[in-house]
Design a protein around this ligand. Sequence first.
Ligand code: BES
Ligand code: ZN
Ligand code: ZN
Length: 499
Amino acid sequence: MNFKISNQKPEVATTSLVVVSTETETIATGSPLARLDSAMKGQLGKILKQEGFKGKAPEQKLIHTQGQLSADAILVVGRAFEIKGDLPANNLEILRRAASGAARLANARQYKTMCFDLSGWDPGDFKESDLVQATVEGMELGSYRFDTYRNKKDIKKNSLTTVHLTGISSRNSNQSAIERGLAISEGTLLARDLVNAPANDMNPQTLAKEAKKVGPNIQCKVYSKAEITKLKMGSYLSVSAGSEVPPALIHMVYKPKGKSKKTVAVVGKGVTFDSGGLSLKPSGSMETMKDDMAGSAAAIGLMQTLARIQPKVTVHVVVAATENMPSGAATKPGDVVTAMNGKTIEILNTDAEGRLTLADALHFIIQKGPDVVIDMATLTGACLVALGERISGLMGNDDKLLDDLIEASEYSGEMLWQLPLLEEYRADLKSPIADLKNIGGRWGGTITAGLFLQEFVGKARWAHLDIAGPSWSDKQLPYISRGGTGCMVSTLTQYILHL
Ligand code: BES
Ligand code: ZN
Ligand code: ZN
């Protein structure tokens, strides 16, 4: 989609669709809606009244202009909302959803052009440019469809190609906000594509190939099974033992052109299919397990975004890609393996494999001395039990890093909730024969998984995001499609941009 900042008045817009907002039942005098109403000889107000339009998000009402304006139709969007609860939506998120709704409607009606008026949207604690960025994100993310596996003849292309943004200043900051919105969307949509591709096509080797395509100017080194063995990643290799497809350790680097402010390392869980291994999952639980590489998809998507935005921060991505399969060669419950950092692990449940891959990936990158390391993983079903499908679990050992991530999530609209890494629970990970076992007790599974990872980060500043819930959606949400969501590309981009 092409986004242009325009000083055109919505009532004379020549686009097929005009979108304006209101936060009241009655039309505010002097507002774009009032001017559209008078251009429509008062009919707009009449229809809104008849239909009981309140001006509350997420209300949207489409009204045809019947030839009275050069636009075909007007979409009136309610923007009023109440702040309720602990993780309330803010005005950026309300706008992102409204913009998505407008773009989806334009595509459904085959409209090619739209004028989206931003006057009246209050940036609140944010900036006008953040509103612009959220609008672009909402429209791009909301227009996504995963059609790769459909017959070409059944695919209806998106019609919307040009969006004029009105009611904002034509400052440079708004122009770069458009570019940021496009870059974040591109990375998020790449992550969705990687997750949505089925595991017969998306395996450790093909995932590595996709990582190599990211760019421009992203270095990508892929370590073979022999090289991973040389690195002594016994924990990671134990997960791959039952698989026909060899593992691939992916290491990507983005380096800024000038001076770098900081070095951030991002580790993504890349289990391209999690059958559970010999601790086999029931078939229902396996249905969405192609999603078990969503952490790596977000990390790779993030690199695509950074290649476009070019922040002044060095970013490493590490993915210990593997399948988790049963076979005669698979790891058996009770096996003991040695991780790259020398710790021995008794594997009592082969379905707790994510932490085994992350242990070695975290140790590998921490040795290179980044300022912070953040891992993202579809790690525990327990996180879905605790926080549901829409909230990611956040844990770590550095308050500033955790606070910065929460602040970044207020920009992105992706919800995070901190869980405590209670020292006392570490006892649950004690093994009678090795340094650690790979499962805790019956309770607090998200926390014990976090505590397990902590054993491999040493003194590094570290945060862990359990994205088991939000990385996947069973249903269409305002700007999230069914399937992989590409979550955390936006939050991590915002985090990096605010460093
Ligand atoms: N990939 C799963 C976690 C998961 C579950 C992600 C549901 C998304 C949706 C992970 O590897 C796993 O199987 N974890 C086990 C750990 C248990 C054996 C300690 C779990 O959560 O049941
Ligand atoms: Zn598992
Ligand atoms: Zn898993």
